[in-house]
Design a binder for this molecule. Structure first.
Ligand SMILES: Nc1ncnc2c1ncn2[C@@H]1O[C@H](COP(=O)(O)OP(=O)(O)O)[C@@H](O)[C@H]1O
Ligand SMILES: [Mg+2]
Length: 235
């Protein structure tokens, strides 16, 4: 569904992505792990058209995304939950969710998706009219994911959804991702929590300073000595 070929990105003199190759097949969860600064967020931002590649190809369902505007890319069905749970703090939970569907006109399907999000996140339903800025960190992250689902994407990209959450909420987020994927959503997931991400993912890529150092099924990477040492903290 998503194919990235020989992608290079420069920020001025910084060569942030050095020829990345990556695929996300339809219906799967693919995870991108790696240390801070490896280029994970840059990869997602480039797919969304927020960063311009210096060369390389990105295609989505056979169509090239390079050079397209972010609004056009979103219309094709790609949505990103950015790093750091960006919700609109002065709007209510419900208003935030409604905004997720701003580009859509299929009112009946929007209602259905609102129901579905409320079923997935009962805590959001209870807090429907509460200002988003007054939610806990975990609830804001749920809202960011819920809002992304309201755009009914074909590909959902998430940038470190579990960052800064208490362990019990991290588990909640991973359960939600699993459930959304079971319902058919294709997911590209960036995580620092490598163990949980690899346990969940069908396939994973390990990024190191702008290069794909390793790739394999979640199980293969979990069993890899280097991954165990560097990313799972085992000795
Ligand atoms: N807007 C920017 N301007 C300049 N350099 C940037 C910018 N964003 C990221 N970088 C650099 O690009 C590299 C990759 O960053 P990033 O994609 O954010 O990594 P990750 O998400 O894996 O932590 C880092 O060296 C970072 O400092
Ligand atoms: Mg990042």
């Amino acid at each position: 569904m998503l194919k990235i070929r020989d992608l290079n990105v420069h920020y001025g003199g910084i060569h942030a992505l050095k020829g990345i190759n990556l695929s996300v097949p339809e219906g799967r969860i693919v995870t991108l792990i790696g240390a801070n600064g490896a280029g994970k967020s840059t990869t997602l931002r480039t797919v969304c058209g927020l960063v311009k590649p210096s060369n390389g190809e990105i295609s989505f369902c056979g169509e090239s995304l390079v050079g397209q505007k972010t609004t056009a890319i979103i219309k094709k069905g790609i949505t990103m939950v950015p790093e750091g749970r960006r919700v609109f703090p002065d709007l209510t939970v419900h208003e935030n969710l409604v905004l997720g569907a701003y580009a859509r006109h299929d009112h009946k399907a929007i209602e259905e998706d609102m129901e579905r999000v409320n079923t997935l996140f009962p805590r959001l339903k209870e807090r429907r009219d509460q200002l988003a800025g007054t939610l806990s960190g975990g609830e804001q992250q749920m809202l960011a994911v819920g809002r992304a689902l309201m755009s009914r994407p074909r590909l959902l990209m998430m940038d470190e959804p579990s960052l800064g959450l208490a362990p019990v909420l991290v588990q909640d987020i991973f359960n939600i991702i699993h459930r959304i994927n079971n319902e058919g959503m294709t997911i590209l997931l960036i995580e620092q929590n490598a163990k949980a991400a690899l346990e969940l993912a069908d396939y994973g890529y390990v990024l190191e300073t702008g290069c794909v150092a390793l790739s394999g099924t979640g199980q293969e990477l979990l069993a890899d000595d280097r991954v165990r040492k560097v990313y799972l903290g085992e000795s």
